[in-house]
Design a protein around this ligand. Structure first.
Ligand SMILES: [Zn+2]
Length: 253
């Protein structure tokens, strides 16, 4: 099945025979509305870049007959916990959250993919998670970052998909590594938007808006499409890998 899966993944635009049978993939466009996300050096906003790539990714998946649920399709604010609630309500097969990165150093660039962990891979991964969790504090659902990590710990203990999430992150990052951008690898950190989901989940950082060349490229239609196609192929591959675990229709995942 794995060899077949690879063939499917290479057939861009082709729908796997099993595509219609599976639960949906949730595509989460990071930020939105009053939550701008990171601000690019050219004025571009993370919330716009994530929506553009997420919408293209959803289209690429639907072209492969894979059902998709989008957490947002326009510039609206959606609380982090509502995003995970949407995924759980949909009994989604996989959950991918699309984000763009930022760093104090303007030369830093590239893609990276995260899965949930209480302990961050390193200080840089923790900084990214705290930045992405920032809106959670603004939602008034936690009083300080300690509460955020504490609530994540509680959810993490109930999470049964860490291994699959790690595999999903690796597959997604392998796809991104084929793009003309540096691959910064798979990392782990305590992201609120990944907590409490009842399915394998990963968060993709498609590039740095603080790097002038990269943010310019991320704003271009061709680059957005290339990212979407890479992620769609990777998701098809990931779904094939876990096909044996796909629940029957109507069954709890
Ligand atoms: Zn973000």
């Amino acid at each position: 099945m794995r060899a077949l899966t690879c063939v499917f993944a290479l057939m861009i635009g082709a729908a796997p025979a099993w595509a219609d049978e599976v639960a949906p993939v949730v595509v989460d466009a990071g930020h939105g509305g009053v939550d701008l996300g990171a601000r690019g050096v050219n004025g571009a906003l993370e919330k716009d870049l994530t929506l553009a790539v997420a919408r293209r990714l959803a289209a690429e998946l639907r072209a492969r007959r894979i059902p998709v649920v989008e957490t947002r399709t326009k510039d609206v604010f959606i609380p982090l916990v509502e995003r995970t609630a949407i995924a759980n309500k949909a009994h989604a097969r996989l959950y991918v959250s699309i984000h763009a990165n930022s760093a104090p150093e303007p030369e830093v660039s590239g893609t990276e993919t995260y899965f949930l962990s209480v302990d961050a891979s390193d200080a840089e991964a923790m900084r990214v998670a705290l930045t992405e969790n920032d809106v959670y504090q603004q939602e008034g659902t936690a009083s300080d970052s300690h509460d955020v990590v504490g609530s994540i710990l509680g959810d993490l203990i109930r999470t049964e998909h860490l291994r699959e999430s790690s595999d999903l992150a690796a597959t997604l990052q392998r796809g991104l590594a084929k793009l003309p951008a540096q691959s910064r690898g798979v990392k782990q950190a305590p992201f609120v938007v990944l907590t409490g989901v009842n399915m394998p989940a990963a968060l993709v950082e498609i590039g740095f808006v603080t790097n002038a060349a990269e943010v310019k490229r991320l704003g271009q239609r061709d680059a957005q499409t290339a990212i979407a196609k890479a992620l769609a192929a990777a998701l098809v591959e990931a779904m094939g890998q876990t096909r044996a675990a796909i629940p029957a229709s109507g069954e709890e995942p």
